[in-house]
Design a binder for this molecule. Structure first.
Ligand code: AMP
Ligand code: TRP
Length: 329
């Protein structure tokens, strides 16, 4: 059976881009593949975050994943730091990765562009190595993520292949699974940049848990362009194409088909707003139920960590042995 793994950071507010690009695929994947999903709290430490905030966000994000449809009887849901093998394999892979390839990561370059590299956290630099450990520990075949993770997945594949060549066949080389539509939901106020937890303005991003009337208003006020032609072309018409993709994801139609049905922006915006509201409604309803019982969420995470660790411990041992670590007697 195909093995799936993906992760999400417990930082900021989960938004429509996270749901459309990632979580929605996870909920589908769990029924077809042996699936592992983790809340990557160690990755969240690569930026400054209040300890109390990190703790609270970790449970909240787990609750959101359950609300988005992850079923703990079907998939394995856990917190990264609960399975210490992630950090350990991260070290081993850090001894396989090079400074040059990590320096080329656009996420690292973007996040250090303003300040100087010398002041950047080492954890931000080695972030993709830990991500590779997350993936390789589970003999993962398929990693469902948004398009912004493509480069990190390439690095993970490179590290797996290099390790296998140097130390013998040890890791499965994974593939990224990036959705055809909705892999890069754009900021509603600046459709040339992706909708982002940290960079988008409040008007530019739709939060998964915000009230329907707020969601609808943000989409109706989305920036388009001053032509008056509904056409699906992300390169030259990013705002309109983003609305067509959102409407498409929410209704199951393709953006191209939808483009033929509209000749004005007003009705497109109104329909996209209504469709996204309906699309998010079941997630919001389930979240409200779960939020009253965080004890249940923590029990799910405890069981998940146990299942995850059983797999991770074997892979870590295999990797360490291949590299020549002396087994403990
Ligand atoms: P993050 O918020 O960085 O923890 O991302 C969690 C998941 O959401 C990753 O798989 C990302 O690729 C995906 N994602 C984040 N932003 C977007 C976006 N604007 N459009 C589509 N997917 C996204
Ligand atoms: N880097 C990913 C993001 O920011 C989160 C992540 C961490 C991840 N570990 C992972 C995604 C393993 C997929 C698989 O979105």
């Amino acid at each position: 059976m195909t093995r799936v793994l993906s992760g999400i950071q417990p930082t900021g507010e989960i938004h429509l881009g996270n749901y459309v690009g990632a979580l929605r695929q996870w909920a589908l994947d769990q029924h077809e593949h042996d699936s592992f999903f983790c809340v990557v709290d160690l990755h969240a430490l690569s930026a400054d975050i209040e300890p109390e905030t990190l703790r609270a966000k970790t449970v909240e994000v787990a609750a959101i994943l359950l609300a988005a449809g992850l079923d703990p009887d079907v998939c394995t849901l856990f917190v990264q730091s609960h399975v210490h093998e992630h950090a350990e394999l991260g070290w081993l892979l850090g001894c396989v990765a090079s400074m040059g390839e990590l320096r080329r990561m656009t996420q690292f370059k973007d996040k250090t562009a303003k300040g100087d590299e010398g002041a950047a956290r080492v954890g931000l630099f080695t972030y993709p190595v830990l991500q590779a450990a997350d993936i390789l520990l589970y003999d993962t075949d398929r990693v469902p993520v948004g398009a912004d993770q493509r480069q990190h997945l390439e690095l993970c594949r490179d590290l797996a292949q290099r390790f296998n060549q140097r130390y013998g066949e040890t890791f499965v080389v994974p593939d990224a699974a990036i959705p055809k539509v909705g892999a890069r939901v754009m900021d509603l106020q600046d459709p040339t940049m992706k909708m982002s937890k940290s960079r988008s303005s409040p008007q530019g991003k739709v939060l998964l848990l915000e009230p329907p009337e707020v969601v609808a208003k943000k989409i109706r006020r989305a920036v388009t362009d001053n032509e008056a032609e509904v056409r699906y072309d992300p390169a030259t018409k990013p705002g309109v194409s983003n609305l067509l993709e959102l409407l498409g994801v929410a209704t199951g139609a393709t953006p191209q088909e939808l483009a033929d049905k509209y000749d004005q922006y007003g009705p497109l915006k109104a329909d996209a707003a209504a469709a996204v509201v309906e699309f998010l409604r079941p997630v919001q309803t389930r979240f409200r139920e779960l939020a009253d019982d965080l004890g249940h969420v923590e029990r799910v995470l405890a069981k998940g960590a146990e299942k995850a660790q059983a797999v991770a411990a074997r892979t870590l041992h295999r990797a360490g042995s291949a590299m020549g670590l002396l087994p403990r007697r």
